[in-house]
Design a protein around this ligand. Structure first.
Ligand code: NAP
Ligand code: HSE
Length: 432
């Protein structure tokens, strides 16, 4: 049987899973690759650090040049997180003639243009299915399998950590801090979970998907984005009472030919498929003009699900499929953008508002008056009696009919300035 030598750079959560699959599933992966895949080197920072895996002698090294200077190593799996030194290492690998598989969405969302252009100049390829939605093969599906379609919308749960945290708070009454800690222990969260919980990780993944699906050129940092940090148990309770669940959604949606992009917590109906996606699972609902509605669901984070996507990319690369797709589709070189971003103030949506107000005469009239001035129509409303509360603070929850983000911004700004309003309003969109 022919052999192909490969290397891994970075032996953390995902790198360990990839090594494990290559060593333990060798018979299976070799059959798909049509040759024996030899794990020649694994590059780490510290060879003496305790690892979850026993590698064959001579494989572990802290010298990148053991890979860059070995002409027999054709493909490298790069699993260092963050932007630097991941970017410089990726360039060194490409320049030394390697094709590279990565799961690093932060790197691609920040420097995708540079890295893809450089790879093409050098006749090399980059594969990155694991960078979006972990084990779900969404990049291949959007980039290849659904290529006959004009995509109309993508709604995704794209961050496993946030979905896990919300589920733990909702189903097990865990505190936010407990849930974050458990997500870290399970290997779902990034080394620094800030990017998970503030929505940036989902925005980076959305930027990559929107680039593939719509030819958008919006940088991830320009996507309106709110994470789960301001989420309160009281909002989970109200959502339940209203027949909804809360999900951090990443949305890319064409409206009047413009592309609306945003990330934020939304209310989704309890009986919808999206609401049933719990734990570290990810889900993507995509609508294409030819295929209609398509659903994807699977583990969006964690060692083995992510390794599954990385190894599939590696096999595609070894077989030669990636090179054909990467060089012919030229997806990343679309300049200028095929669609323009829709200014968020024009975006139409329904809203959940929660106000913490003084339980005094006229408060409701002031709030509904501010909404009415912006043409915002109320669909339902909850205010419970203050049986046990010692102060005069009461939550007031309003669900609206469709309005625009701009109208909601203006109304909320006025309401937040009212004297009888105790704290800034909580607001979340409602998924249609
Ligand atoms: P991780 O557990 O933090 O592992 C990163 C590894 O990179 C560590 O082993 C680290 O070395 C190594 N490293 C850092 N700098 C290095 C350098 N200069 N040279 C060699 N090795 C270096 O991260 P991870 O969770 O595996 O994630 C890796 C990538 O996959 C990230 O981009 C992440 O966003 C992405 N991803 C992760 C998941 C997931 O569920 N975890 C899912 C999808 C995508 P030490 O061991 O010495 O610290
Ligand atoms: N930290 C990421 C998440 C890993 O929780 O979804 C997968 O990209």
């Amino acid at each position: 049987m022919e052999t192909t030598k490969i290397a891994i750079v970075g032996l953390g959560t995902v790198g360990t899973g990839v090594a494990q699959l290559l060593l333990e599933h060798a018979e299976h992966t070799n059959r798909y690759a049509g040759r024996a895949i030899i794990l020649e080197k694994v590059v780490v920072r510290d060879c003496n650090k305790a690892r979850d895996i026993k590698l064959p002698d001579g494989v572990l090294t802290d010298r990148l040049e053991d890979v860059t200077k070995d002409p027999e190593i054709r493909c490298v799996v790069q699993l260092i997180g963050g932007v630097e030194p991941a970017r410089s290492i990726m360039l060194q690998l490409l320049e030394s003639g390697k094709d590279v598989v990565t799961a690093n969405k932060a790197l691609l969302a920040e420097h995708g243009d540079e890295l893809f252009d450089r790879a093409r100049e050098l006749g090399r390829s980059i594969a990155f299915d694991a960078a979006v939605a972990g084990g779900i093969p969404i990049v291949t599906n959007v980039g290849q399998c659904l290529s006959a379609n004009r995509i109309e919308s993508i709604h995704g749960i794209l961050n496993g950590t946030c979905n896990f945290i919300i589920s733990q708070m909702e189903e097990h009454e865990a505190s936010y801090a407990q849930a974050v800690e458990e997500a870290q222990q399970r290997g779902y969260a990034e080394a620094d979970p800030t990017m998970d919980v503030n929505g940036s990780d989902a925005a980076q993944k959305l930027a990559l998907l929107a680039h593939l699906a719509f030819g958008s050129r919006v940088h991830w940092s320009e996507i309106p984005c709110e994470g789960i940090e301001s989420l309160r148990p009281i909002d989970l309770q109200y959502a339940k009472e209203l027949g909804y669940r809360l999900k951090l959604l990443a949305v890319a949606r064409l409206e009047d030919g413009e592309l609306e992009l945003h990330v934020g917590v939304q209310l989704v109906r309890r009986d919808s498929p999206m609401a049933g996606v719990g734990g570290a699972y990810n889900a993507i609902r995509l609508i294409g003009d030819a295929v209609g509605r398509v659903w994807f669901q699977g583990m969006g984070a964690g060692r083995m699900p992510t390794a599954s996507a990385v190894v599939a990319d590696l096999i595609d690369m070894i077989v030669g499929r990636t090179a054909i797709t990467f060089q012919t589709l030229q997806l990343w070189s679309e300049k200028p953008a095929r669609v323009l971003p829709r200014p968020s103030f024009r975006t139409a949506t329904r809203y959940y508002f929660r106000f913490m107000v003084k339980d005094h005469p006229g408060v409701l009239a002031e709030i509904t008056g501010a909404l009415s001035k912006e043409g915002i129509s109320i669909a339902s409303f909850i205010q419970h009696e203050r049986h046990e509360s010692k102060d005069d603070k009461v939550p007031l929850v309003i669900m609206t009919h469709h309005t625009t983000v701009g109208a909601a911004d203006r109304a909320i700004e006025k309401i937040n300035r009212l004297q009888m309003v105790h704290e800034p309003a909580m607001r979340m969109r409602i998924l249609d």
